[in-house]
Write a protein that binds this ligand. Structure first.
Ligand code: PMV
Length: 309
């Protein structure tokens, strides 16, 4: 008899604090309404996506949960654009752990799921701060600080956030910008230490603006954060151009989201929406709106894992 289980998880954006989060400062991140689903089957013809990192991730996560990876057929469906900082590998890692747990008939605590998924995500990114997995696992908006265990808090925005996500189309990786910034910090620890504390201050101010519903202030903090990310050397001329288009179309603020070096920007839309999506599309970029609701939680989502025999 074949057994089947699925797990799913959403993509994410980083509203404030990427990169400085690696050095111990806080970040604010949010899940988006795009998801990835992992579907597992035991007892049929074993099959695996032809990607060596996915294979390694499956073997690691399956072994961790006492499932024989050689018997598994693994299928992935996703509407999260891959490799552009929208958390597709974190969503994959979580969805995989959730599917395997349900296949193995194990009930894992939320913290255990996050811990296992973070280990799986390291297969893709080396040592990640864990902010992507945290945002995807929790849903909604989270405050995250790297620590052991990580400091994770759910934030409730004073108003829903209407955002636009746009993709630069540039090939990028998380590891490249992260390791280049690490080298800058190693060469000038005092200077970059001050930069990171300043980035952390923007996140702390962002928390107040967000929870009190002062979206104009939050947008200005996004702009300030982008100035620092540019100074860190992780922006690109294309990202800067996209950010300029979004601001010209009425965005309250705009910045890159994720590691940079290409990937995605996010723009906070004004009341009424502005013309951000249209203007970015007219300039040739893929762009889509996403709404961050005030109360959405991932654990209330009954799609996050299922099992059938
Ligand atoms: O994988 P990305 O592009 O979402 O980047 C993750 C955020 C970083 O702060 C750049 C890296 C990390 O591990 O936190």
């Amino acid at each position: 008899m074949s057994r089947h289980a699925t797990g799913s998880a959403p993509g994410k954006i980083i509203l404030l604090g990427e990169h400085s989060v690696v050095f111990g400062e806080p970040a604010i991140a949010a899940a988006i309404d795009r998801r990835l689903e992992v579907s597992l089957r035991v007892g049929g013809e074993p099959a695996m996506p032809s990607d060596s990192r996915i294979e390694r991730a499956v073997v690691l996560a399956a072994t961790d949960l006492g499932v024989d990876a050689n018997d598994l057929s693994v299928e992935i469906t996703s509407d999260i654009p891959p490799a552009c900082g929208l958390g597709s590998s974190a969503a994959f890692s979580l969805a995989l752990v959730r599917a395997l747990a349900s296949l193995a008939d194990r009930t894992l605590s939320a913290e255990d799921v996050r811990r296992r998924a973070s280990r799986v995500e390291d297969v893709f990114h080396g040592t990640a701060s864990g902010v992507d997995v945290a945002a995807s696992a929790e849903g909604g908006v989270v405050w995250f600080e790297r620590a052991d265990p990580p400091r994770l808090e759910r934030l409730r925005p004073g108003k829903p956030l209407e955002l636009v996500v746009a993709l630069s189309g540039e090939v990028r990786s998380t590891a490249g910008p992260v390791s280049r910034l690490r080298a800058r910090h190693a060469a000038r620890p005092d200077l970059y230490g001050r930069f990171f504390r300043l980035a952390g201050d923007l996140v702390r101010s962002g928390r107040e603006a967000l929870t009190s519903g002062d979206l104009e202030a939050f947008g200005q903090l996004m702009d300030a954060a982008q100035g620092l990310l540019n100074a860190f050397g992780v922006s690109t001329p294309t990202l800067e151009r996209m950010i300029g288009i979004a601001r010209g179309a009425g965005a309250l603020g705009a910045k890159l989201s994720g590691a940079g070096g290409g990937g995605a920007i996010i723009a906070l839309a004004p009341a009424g929406g502005g013309t951000i999506v249209r203007d970015l599309r007219e300039a040739g970029f893929e762009a889509f709106p996403t709404r961050i609701d005030r109360d959405r939680r991932e654990d209330e989502d009954d799609r996050s894992n299922r099992r059938s025999a």
